[in-house]
Design a protein around this ligand. Structure first.
Ligand SMILES: NC(=O)N[C@@H](CC(=O)O)C(=O)O
Ligand SMILES: [Zn+2]
Ligand SMILES: [Zn+2]
Length: 436
């Protein structure tokens, strides 16, 4: 079946038609308008399917918080057609058996492409390298390695990881957190932390690891990616490293683009995350860095946790926030409505660039005929107060509940198959059929 999307503002530009046939975007002029299924996209922005380089899907081992099936429903609802699943599962993704299981469960779930991230070290313990060659050569074809949740703190081990990754054409994604500087830390190190009686996590614990790893990337010639950059100091280190020609890329999360440490005054565990929510000057610097390309991408760091892990004393609560369904709306609010990024910039930082970093094919010519039909239609004019009913995963630890955000994902196609229609996520079986 051929689908015609009429009058879409493609990448925020002047309205025109898009057409999908046999899973691929085709020239609308070649489509028979009498037989095609027509979706009226008047007033809607067309974006390429979003790609999340940093998602925690929790399976295997954390199924009470999320499964791959529930996580891809959240992803589809948020406009994502590809998610990279972090390796900090139980057992961790440090063997071909686990990455192949994650890959297979992703295929079964059917609503988006799931790419397993491989662990850098055995058991994420930071002591011995995982068999990266085996992971890369497995059926899951791992191209991103990360111990996320943990920093690869040993510089010699990080050097070897970068060398291996380079030989495999892969990238190492570092969770930059000096473990000694952040012992017992639960929020940003600041006067507010002292006032609240909570242990602080200094910016230097992030920036110092990024500076070290940039030097290691230069030494090895490898590609280094920095997870969830959260401070102005880290932005300056990344900017300097790029100016030196080092192959470094960086991500920022939606929550670090919008929220500050002030929320921790509530002692509500929903606002506890690693790295922590920072100060206003950090938020401003992160937005500017994303606008000027110092930070390459937005990644959700979707981190579901069961209620009992969050509804406890702040110091004891688990770190992490869900974010797949709200990411695009937060970027609209923080970047588009502030005039710092246009919609083609949003497509770059949420689709083209993350796909390139993760070596995911099919996203390099967004919405051009011949490309796989990964398409999102967004209504930018809607505003809604985020509610648990907007969340599709198993966990509801969103920091945006009760917050009014702009924009709504209305329709999504993953390789030409409709995964979201009128804001409703398809069931996996219908998404896998040809009904779309
Ligand atoms: N971001 C978080 O606060 N938590 C993540 C781990 C991580 O991304 O470091 C998690 O797995 O829960
Ligand atoms: Zn992390
Ligand atoms: Zn993470």
């Amino acid at each position: 079946m051929t689908t015609l999307l009429t009058n879409a503002s493609v990448l925020g530009g002047a309205p025109r038609d898009l057409a999908i046939d046999a899973g691929v975007l085709v020239d609308p002029a070649t489509v028979d308008r009498d037989t095609a299924e027509v979706v009226d996209a008047t007033g809607l922005i067309a974006l390429p399917g979003l790609v999340d380089l940093h998602t925690h899907l929790r399976q295997p081992g954390g199924e009470q918080a999320e499964t791959i099936a529930s996580g891809v429903r959240a992803a589809a609802a948020g406009g994502y057609t590809c998610v990279f699943a972090m390796a900090n599962t139980n057992p961790p993704a440090d063997t071909p058996a686990v990455v192949e299981q994650v890959h297979r469960l992703g295929v079964d779930a059917g609503l988006a492409t799931v790419r397993p991230i491989g662990a850098v070290t055995v058991g994420l313990a930071g002591e011995r390298l995982a068999d990266m060659t085996m992971l890369a050569g497995s059926a899951a074809r791992v191209r991103v390695f990360s111990d996320d949740g943990h920093c690869v703190a040993d510089a010699e081990l990080m050097r070897r990881a970068l060398e291996h990754a380079a030989s495999l054409g892969a990238v190492v994604a570092q969770h930059a957190q000096d473990p000694h500087l952040t012992r017992g830390s639960v929020m940003h190190e600041s006067p507010l932390a002292a006032e609240l009686g909570l242990t602080g996590w200094p910016s230097a614990a992030e920036a110092s690891i990024v500076a070290r790893d940039a030097m290691l990337a230069e030494l090895t010639g490898a590609r280094l990616h920095i997870c969830h950059v959260s401070t102005v100091e880290t932005v300056e280190v990344v900017r300097a490293a790029k100016a030196r020609g080092i192959a470094i890329t960086a991500e920022v999360t939606p929550h670090h683009l919008l929220l500050t440490e002030e929320l921790v005054r509530s002692y509500d565990g929903r606002f506890k995350v690693n790295p922590p929510l920072r100060a206003d000057r950090d938020v401003q610097a992160l937005r500017e860095a994303l606008a000027d390309g110092t930070i390459d991408i937005v990644a959700t760091d979707h981190a579901p946790h069961a209620p009992e892990a969050k509804q406890t004393a702040f110091a004891d609560a688990a770190f992490g926030m869900v974010g797949l369904e709200t990411a695009l709306s937060v970027v609209q609010r923080a970047m588009v409505e502030t005039g710092m990024l246009d919609w083609s910039g949003v497509a770059r930082v949420m689709s083209t660039a993350p796909a390139a970093i993760g070596s995911e094919p099919g996203y390099d010519a967004p919405l051009e005929p011949g490309s796989p039909a990964h398409v999102v239609l967004v209504d930018p004019a809607v505003r809604r107060v985020v509610d648990v009913s907007h969340l599709h995963g198993r966990s509801t630890n969103s920091p945006f509940l009760g917050v009014e955000l702009p924009g709504r994902v209305l329709h999504v196609w993953h390789a030409g198959t409709r995964t979201v229609a009128d804001g409703l996520v398809a069931t996996a079986s219908s998404a896998k059929g040809v009904a779309g």
